[in-house]
Design a binder for this molecule. Structure first.
Ligand code: MN
Length: 135
């Protein structure tokens, strides 16, 4: 086994995220493992750009109130302890609510690429009313 050196917290790239977002790498083991886990912290109103993951992604909320949206206009809110599953290839975004810092654990498999990225999420898309409970 190997006790890994700590990795400093990293500011998420400004060309892929809106607002201030920081992440800590929780797990990124070498091949043949494909496991990836990041603890992501969003300032109020901050969110990812539109993107999709080849193998899908689980988002497990640990603090605050997360907002997750998809291309069909659905926006769900998820609370600490709740998990949202984004299926392989589904365009989506995730971030904080307007009023509070939000933290989630992002879990996915690295299969050559982590994500394909698109446009920024507009305020209109971000502020859309929630449509349903994720469960
Ligand atoms: Mn994602």
């Amino acid at each position: 086994m190997e006790l890994l050196d700590p990795i400093p917290s990293t500011r998420a790239p400004v060309d892929l995220f809106t607002g201030e977002v920081w992440f800590d790498v929780v797990a990124a083991p070498p091949a043949p493992a494909r496991l990836r886990a990041n603890l992501v912290r969003f300032a109020p109103g901050a969110r990812t750009h539109w993107h999709r993951h080849p193998g899908g992604q689980s988002l497990h909320v640990t603090q605050g109130l997360a907002r997750i949206g998809t291309r069909d206009g659905r926006v769900v809110e998820a609370r600490p302890g709740e998990t949202v599953w984004c299926p392989p290839g589904e365009w989506h975004w995730h971030g904080a609510g307007r009023d509070a810092f939000t933290e989630h654990l992002a879990l996915w498999e690295h299969d050559g690429v982590d994500a394909e990225w698109g446009d920024a999420v507009s305020d209109r898309e971000y502020d859309a009313p929630t449509t349903e409970d994720p469960r």
